[in-house]
Design a protein around this ligand. Structure first.
Ligand code: ATP
Ligand code: MG
Length: 451
């Protein structure tokens, strides 16, 4: 308490508790990350700060990814200037964040996130040791200590092309090891999300989680219950959209981390059909991410939860409930269970329900219904979803194939397809339809399946 006060008054900074006294300063000839590989905007931010007498480094994921041979997603800068000092140096900069104050420096379309070195001490924690607020500033050495993994604590000075490495992060990366800085148990207690980050980063970078960091995860997974649902949702989304979802989920399961985290994984990964569906959805997503194609979170969540919806819906119908209201009741029920742990946003939940709600409409291959369906704004996504179901063996392949043909066909061919639709229980309505539609071929424009 007194020490804390003294430190405040005299601005004395406590010695870091586990950063080695002298960091390694690794020259570009050894690590090979050249200035030209990092964002010019981030370099400019560092240069401006350094010109004004501050320390400034590019830190975190960008340097880690470059060393591991990936192109970085974004660039974070760390400095000893306070957020207010940073803001004063840039024309377009604003301070954001409540839990942690950081500065967004805008430069053209790019935003560089600048954070002030933080002290590892003085953080406010809850009764279980989870850090709630942490806005006291520290030295570079202290800042390194509060980062999660050694490979994430690499500070690159773009002007000298040197990496400052307090925790042997470069060596760990070379040896393909993900190591927690400090005592893993303490660090997971402070922030249970670090367990998920460990799994995600190991899967992304092809690293082995160091045994000391891996061992406590199974026992401590329960602490994830303590994490706010919105933060968990963000983290799960990162994991699922990483392009390595298959590996990540596989690893999560191995670590026992999927329990309670995604209730859907608890239940469905034990059912072979559901499991096949989910792996297919994850594989498709990974392939899209790797091909730089857009991936929508709603599609992914809809897929992950579909086996559950489908099973419960069938149960209700078997119990005599009418199909339609019972589908909507089931959807709400399944989403409500997820909402207890994951803050799926309202918009995403709406999109998910729309995708599910469109599925039974693919069974109706008569009259105007198919025409209305292909004109629906979400037809394309619903159709992709149908394919996934067919691939997983949940519905006959020829149903999906029929819709492919129908979407791409001209008017005559569509009528033909409607006549031959061998849909059980839905009699083709060609007699009624043929005479009415044939004369005017341009009445229904060719649908654009990409819309
Ligand atoms: P990516 O951006 O590829 O998801 P990243 O490591 O850059 O990975 P960010 O969330 O952007 O992840 O975090 C930037 C840096 O902040 C990390 O590299 C790490 O040093 C630190 N960091 C992030 N989250 C935590 C955490 N929960 N505990 C400690 N340090 C963290
Ligand atoms: Mg990052």
């Amino acid at each position: 308490m007194i020490r804390k006060l003294l430190r405040r008054v005299f601005n004395i900074r406590a010695a870091p508790f586990s950063a080695s006294a002298e960091p390694a300063r690794i020259p570009v000839s050894q690590h090979g990350v050249h200035r030209g590989q990092v964002s010019p905007k981030a370099i400019k931010v560092c240069a401006t700060l350094q010109d004004h007498g501050y320390q400034a480094f590019i830190v975190g994921g960008a340097i880690r990814d470059l060393l591991a041979g990936f192109s970085p997603k974004d660039h974070d800068v760390a400095t000893n200037a306070t957020p207010e000092e940073v803001r004063a140096l840039f024309r377009r900069a604003r301070i954001i964040g409540r839990r942690f104050k950081i500065v967004h420096v805008m430069n053209g379309l790019e935003t560089t996130e600048v954070s002030t070195f933080r002290a590892a001490q003085d953080a406010e924690t809850d009764s279980r040791g989870r850090v709630l607020a942490d806005n006291s500033y520290g030295s570079l050495a202290e800042d390194t200590v509060r980062r999660d993994f050694t490979v994430n604590a690499l500070y690159y000075d773009p002007l000298t092309e040197t990496i400052v490495d307090y925790h042997h992060g470069v060596a760990d990366l070379q040896q393909k090891t993900l190591r927690v800085i400090g005592d893993p148990r303490t660090r997971y207690r402070e922030d249970p999300v670090r367990m998920l980050r460990a799994v995600r980063l190991a899967a992304k970078l092809g690293l082995i989680i160091d045994p000391a960091a891996r061992a406590p995860i199974r026992d401590m997974a329960i602490l994830l219950e303590n994490v706010p649902a919105a933060r968990l949702f963000d983290e799960i989304l990162k994991l699922l959209m990483s392009g390595n979802a298959v590996r990540c989920i596989g690893q999560l399961r191995e670590e026992g981390l999927h329990h309670g985290l995604l209730p859907l994984l608890d239940i469905v990964l034990d059912q072979p059909i559901a499991e096949r569906f989910i792996w297919l959805a994850l594989e498709n997503t990974d392939a899209r991410v790797r091909a730089d194609k857009p991936v929508s979170p709603s599609f992914l969540f809809a897929a992950l939860l579909w086996p559950e919806v489908s099973r419960k819906w069938k149960e209700r119908q078997a119990a005599g409930d009418p199909p339609y209201p019972s589908l909507f009741d089931t959807m709400d029920e399944v989403l409500a269970v997820q909402a207890q742990r994951l803050a799926i946003t309202r918009r995403i939940a709406g999109d998910i329900k729309e995708l599910w709600g469109l599925q039974p409409r693919f069974d109706k291959r008569m009259g105007r219904a198919p025409y209305r369906l292909i004109e629906h704004p979400r037809f394309r996504a619903a159709w992709d979803f149908l394919h996934l179901r067919a691939q997983a063996g949940g519905i006959p392949e020829d149903l999906a194939a029929w819709w492919d043909s129908f979407a791409h066909a001209n008017q005559d061919k569509r009528e033909e397809l409607l006549r031959t639709a061998s849909d059980s229980g839905t009699a083709p309505a060609h007699k009624r339809r043929r005479s009415r539609r044939k004369p005017n071929k341009s009445a229904t424009p060719e649908p654009n399946p990409a819309s």
